[in-house]
Design a protein around this ligand. Structure first.
Ligand code: CP3
Length: 341
């Protein structure tokens, strides 16, 4: 039997020969080879065509000594299985349209989800076949609250006015929609795991917009049930929950193997909250701006704040900024490999 990849060992709190490191949004526009391929295709077409998605998934691994590949896709692909229209507008971000009123939204069967997203499974299969076994393949999906916020707002938002209005005024519908999305997410991630994903990550980019009491009343029950079903697929679950420093204990209590935190909280505090396995948490602006001495310093600070050899997966606190110079990533990975000295 082969040893599990370093990243998978770290997810279980097992000792590793060196810290695993990968970067959210490691595939994308900061890479010239991504921009070149992207010139000829729109973003959705790149996700839908496995030969292109595989290529883009592997691009960062050809350049950098990363411990994992994250499948090239998007958290919003799921909404198309709901019958919504999805478009990515240059500069404006994603736009979702064509959905009925929240009270009228109905959910597809697991079979329909699997069929609508089968191209993602094909990408996972090919990536897993091409990569060495010491590299983990990360499957992912949006967490229910974040996906619901996009459905209700129709795109990015700063105040989540539509989302909060539904939560405040029609809690039954709000909860029904979260549960429906969770159900779809189980089908979607089960598909990715069957295709060879070694670990799955739930992205809850906007959950930090909620009061602790609303996280606890509305989101936590759905998330706890979802995470327990994902763990039953036999892979570790990473939960990315930025801007939740005020209720990390509740985040941890939803049961993921790994909590992924942003830079607004120190890893010493994360430890104090009882989190034993964590992913994070360099500010992407440090990676973007440098200089090298600053990147080195911040990596050492983070390792010192965690203060242990196990249970840390090094990452950013959010995605790689598109303005990041490529060579800064080599500096970062070197610093992580050198360790706390
Ligand atoms: O490298 C990777 O991390 C894998 C692929 C990946 C993408 N999106 C590709 C992408 C992942 C894991 C995501 C997650 C995602 N998508 C999140 C959660 C993480 C986060 O950033 O908070 C969210 C909120 C989305 C929704 C989304 N997709 C937005 C807001 C945008 C537009 C803004 C932007 O950064 O361009 C996208 C488009 C998108 N998803 C791109 C990529 C590479 C850019 C597409 C392009 O124009 O080339």
């Amino acid at each position: 039997m082969k040893e599990p990849a370093r990243l998978i060992r770290a997810c279980a709190g097992q000792p590793v020969d060196r810290l695993p490191v990968w970067l959210m949004r490691q595939a994308g526009r900061y890479l010239p080879e991504y921009r070149k391929l992207r010139q000829g295709h729109d973003f959705l077409a790149m996700c839908e065509r496995p030969e292109l998605a595989v290529e883009v998934t592997l691009q960062p691994l050809r350049r950098f000594d990363l411990d994992a590949a994250i499948i090239f896709a998007d958290i919003l692909l799921l909404v198309r299985a709901l019958g919504a229209d999805l478009a990515y507008e240059e500069g404006a971000g994603p736009r979702i349209s064509g959905l009925p009123a929240p009270q009228e939204i109905s959910f597809p069967s697991a079979a329909r989800v699997t069929e609508a997203l089968s191209f993602v499974a094909e990408t996972v299969r090919r990536v897993r076949a091409e990569l060495a076994t010491d590299k983990a393949v990360i499957g992912f999906a949006g967490a229910p609250f974040t996906v619901l916020s996009y459905l209700l707002e129709g795109g990015p938002s700063t105040d989540f006015a539509q989302t909060k209005a539904l939560m405040n005024q029609d809690a039954d519908t709000f909860s029904r929609l979260l549960s429906g999305l969770a159900e779809m997410t189980v089908a979607y991630l089960a598909l990715q795991v069957r295709a060879g994903a070694d670990v799955v990550q739930l992205f809850d980019s906007w959950v930090g917009a909620l009061a602790p009491s609303d996280f606890s009343a509305f989101v936590a029950p759905v998330l706890t049930a979802l995470i327990s079903r994902l763990k039953a697929l036999g892979v570790p679950v990473i939960y990315f929950a930025p801007q939740t420093a005020g209720y990390l204990d509740q985040v941890a209590a939803t049961g993921p193997d790994v909590v992924s935190v942003d830079w607004r909280v120190s890893l010493a505090e994360v430890r104090r909250q009882g989190i034993r396995i964590c992913q994070g948490n360099l500010d992407p602006a440090v990676l973007r701006d440098g200089p090298r001495s600053r990147i080195d310093h911040e990596v050492r600070r983070i390792l010192a704040e965690w203060g242990g050899r196990t249970g840390l997966i090094f990452n950013l606190g959010h995605g790689v900024d598109r303005r990041t110079p490529v060579h800064h990533i080599n500096w970062l990975i070197d610093a992580v490999h050198r360790g706390p000295r």
